[in-house]
Each structure stands twice: as C-alpha cells, then as structure tokens.
Ligand binder design. Sequence first.
Ligand code: SAM
Length: 318
Amino acid sequence: MPGPNGSWHNSSPNLDDANEEDMTGIFGWTLVVEVPKEAVDIFDQGFSPIAVATSSFETSDPSIWRMEAFSVDRPDEMAVVGAVALAAKIAGIPEPTVHTSALPDIDWVSENQKSFQPIIAGDFFVHPTHYDGVVPATATSLAIDAGPAFGTGSHGSTKGCLLALDWLSRCPPVGNILDLGCGSGILALAMARRWRRKVLAADIDPDSVATTRGNAVLNNASHLVRSVQSNGVKSGAVKRNGPYGLIVANVLARPIIDMAQDIKGALRPGGTLILAGFTENQENSVRAAYQRRDYHLARKEGSDGWTTFVLTRFGGKR
Ligand SMILES: C[S@@+](CC[C@H](N)C(=O)[O-])C[C@H]1O[C@@H](n2cnc3c(N)ncnc32)[C@H](O)[C@@H]1O
C-alpha cells in the first residue's frame, strides 16, 4: 500500500509495506486509472465491489478515458490489483497503473463552492450564488452553482459557446432559439438574459431539465426559458417550436455528427448553428459532417483544447 498518495502496479504488490502513517483526517480514497474508452464499463464493474462511487471523463485524447473510483475505507491493495488485472484481461488491454490518493477530511461542498470563482467570457459574467464581489456594470451576469447538471462555465466547451454568443450579440439572429443539450441551462440563460428573448432548452437527461428550470427561476428568467426533455430535436415540444433561427448544441462529437441531418431539418435556411463539445482533433470530422450539408463556417472559438464552431446554413436549396 502506498502512502496517502501513490501508484500501484501489479508487478509490485507491497501490502506488507503499509506504513503506519497517521490516517486521521482522511475522508476517503480515490483510485484513478486511464483506460481506452471501450474498457470504461468493464473497469467500472471491476471497481464496483471496492468503490462506493465511480465516474469517468474523456481526456484530451478522446480515445482514452480517466476513471475515478471513490472508497470511504482504505482500499485493500490485493483486491484492487486483482480487480484491475481481471478487468484488463477481459478488456484485452495491458494492466494500467492505478494512482491512489487520500482525500483530506474537509467540507467538500463548501470547498468546491469556494473554488468556483466567477468566469468571464466576453461580456458574460458567470458566478456562484454565494459570490458577493463586484459584477462588471456592463456584463450579462448569470448565477450558476456547481450541481448535478453540466455547465458552470468553467469547461472549455461552455466558455467557447459563451464567447460565440458574445460575438453573435453584435447581430443577434432572428427566429426561435434552441439550446440543445442544455445541462445547467447556462447557455439558454445567457441568450435569454442578453437578448431578452425566449429560449427553448432541451436535454436528454431529466436532471438537467429540472436544473435548468431551477436556474431560470434563480436568474429571473423563468418567463423566457422553458426546459423540456428531448433526445436531440426529436421531441414534440422541440419540433413544434421550430424551425429555429439559432440552435446552440454543446453535446459531444459523436452525437453532434449523428444528429447533423435532424439539426439541419430543425434550422431554417440562413439560420445560425453553434456547435461545441468536441476537441481540436475532432474538428475535421464535425466540420465535414456539416459542410456536406451546406453550412458556412462563420467563426471558430477555441478554449482549453475544445472547439466551438459558428455555422450559417445556406439559404434555399442548392
Ligand atoms: C457538455 S454538456 C453541455 C451543457 C451546457 N449546455 C453547457 O454548455 O455547459 C452536454 C449536455 O448534452 C446532453 N445530451 C447528450 N446527448 C443528448 C441528446 N442526444 N439529446 C439532448 N441532450 C443530450 C447531456 O445530458 C448534457 O447535459
């Protein structure tokens, strides 16, 4: 067992080396592995007897995912080594190194909130509700707390969309507006508050739909933002509200490519489409899927390795 922070390799089990470090003040343990995307579910199952919770995230290389497992008790090294060896065998990959760290016993909720500082993207100013500092007088401010839905503004894909919306503010699009994959509702609120326009916010995830509704109330925009559950643009509510003059879709590369035809059907000719949720090395595939469908790339934003496209759909049929 390593000390409060360390790595485990199958080749060097050293349970007996467990030192007698003072473990008071330790809240729990995290185990981290990086594995190919296809192996994430297998490792998730492998860690389930050891961990009380797991989560996985795409890294800057979309084929490699980072898996984090949380354990309240100090995990048994042999159990971890065995679980990793078995998962690697099933997945047909070399055994990854397991990085462990002890989490100090602190108030994670308030620490997390403290670490969530205001975010500035163009003239958008996103802050947590407990923020009591100065808000720039000309800014469009949004109060968003970290929660179950994605979208505090700190992620490069969200920031890229906010910058794109800020740029678009010079000449806001006409027609109805759709925020597809609304998460916390941050982008729907940004548009509603900046332009005083109605926005339909849609997400496949019911928690995100509810969070958006709550954030709309918190930001005095419930008369402007309506949130609905929808897989892409397929729900009746999304269809009935179309066609759209502006669609913002910060989802992920694969669904964005898969939805290209449906999105084109929902956007009116001459309409504007903001796409995000893909990394620099996924840009070409996203661009190809949309340019093939008669879009012009009007602007590109980049933030922390994530790309945002502003596309204009050509008017009429070719
Ligand atoms: C990267 S988050 C973006 C959240 C927020 N719009 C932002 O910019 O921070 C992507 C969101 O898309 C949603 N999503 C994923 N697939 C979807 C689909 N097929 N239809 C609708 N929403 C989807 C997820 O549930 C998630 O809330």
